[in-house]
Design a protein around this ligand. Structure first.
Ligand code: C2E
Ligand code: MG
Ligand code: MG
Ligand code: MG
Length: 280
């Protein structure tokens, strides 16, 4: 317990301090001279947020505002786009839109990295990383402002080629995340060698976490594994306060879900951010 306190860097009040107080009084007299002699040292201890109480990033989720069909969800066109190869045009559009938003926000003085979902085809395209780089340059957006979410299945088709693209993207300075973790087949050995910083636990495990002890076990052990590998963990699909509370207690780093906010049109995002970040 003592050791834990020390590593946490917390100054504790212990009885020894009490007993030496008299001796400290004489030391105090010498302190005036100590200041004059330049004997004081400034120490700093880093502080970091542990709780995701305020948004720090966003995920880009594509919708199609069809003139007669209305707003169409990605489940209705992404699989089709992937089959036909049209997906690379969609991905290009999304990355471009995200970079454009980022550039505009930078002018308004706020910083919010945007994550874009990429598919298998993108990762197997040897020109993909170059196209991403060109897009960032065109909008004068730093690579730290765009991150990419990759599903496990996207890595399985041709792991070597996908890995080569991931390394190119990582070299550009993009943050990479494994999306829908737990639903694919990636082995732990494989996970170990990926140049990713983040693991997103799939919402199917998060949704029932509070009621199903098996889901809870999967989430907890994924958190443990990811943290041991030095990865940040994002829980997706957080729909209620109880789940968020539990994830916090388990040390989950970030959360996403309807309980916090539903995906919103990008023009609404800056006002939402301002509202959420106002001093309480
Ligand atoms: P994903 O990347 O795993 O995104 C999370 C999905 O869960 C999104 O659905 C999001 O709206 C939804 N979601 C977020 N919070 C909650 C919650 O609390 N409860 C529930 N039930 N759902 C929640 P969406 O927007 O319909 O997207 C579905 C999938 O389509 C995405 O899953 C992603 O794989 C794909 N997708 C979306 N946009 C793009 C894109 O631009 N490119 C590609 N390649 N795929 C995309
Ligand atoms: Mg995603
Ligand atoms: Mg996901
Ligand atoms: Mg998903």
């Amino acid at each position: 317990r003592q050791a834990k306190r020390r590593t946490a860097g917390v100054l504790c009040f212990v009885p020894e301090h009490d007993r030496s107080q008299v001796a400290d009084l004489s030391l105090l007299g010498a302190m005036r001279d100590g200041i004059a002699r330049g004997e004081l040292r400034l120490y700093l201890q880093p502080k970091l947020p542990l709780l995701p109480t305020r948004a720090v990033a966003a995920e880009a989720l594509l919708r199609w505002q069809h003139p007669t069909e209305g707003l169409i969800a990605p489940a209705r066109f992404i699989p089709f786009a992937e089959q036909t190869g049209f997906i690379s045009e969609l991905t290009t559009w999304v990355i471009d839109a995200a970079a454009q938003a980022s550039a505009q926000w930078a002018q308004q003085g706020f910083v919010c990295p945007v994550a874009v979902n990429v598919s298998t085809r993108d990762l197997l395209d040897p020109t993909f990383a170059d196209r991403v780089a060109a897009c960032l340059a065109r909008h004068r957006v730093d690579a730290s402002q765009i991150s990419l979410e990759i599903t496990e299945s996207a890595l399985m088709e041709d792991p070597e080629r996908a890995l080569a693209t991931l390394h190119q993207l990582a070299a550009l300075g993009l943050d990479l995340a494994i999306d829908d973790y737990g639903t694919g087949y990636s082995s732990l050995t494989y996970l170990k060698q990926l140049p990713v910083q983040t693991l997103k636990i799939d919402q199917t495990f998060i949704g029932q976490m509070a009621s199903d002890s098996r889901d809870a076990a999967i989430v907890q052990s994924s958190l443990d594994l990811a943290h041991q590998l030095g990865l940040r963990v994002v829980a997706e699909g957080v729909e209620d306060a109880a789940t968020l509370q539990r994830l916090r207690a388990w040390g989950c780093d970030w959360a996403q879900g309807y309980h916090i906010a539903k995906p919103m049109p990008w023009e609404q995002f800056a006002p939402w951010w301002a509202w959420q970040h106002q001093p309480s």
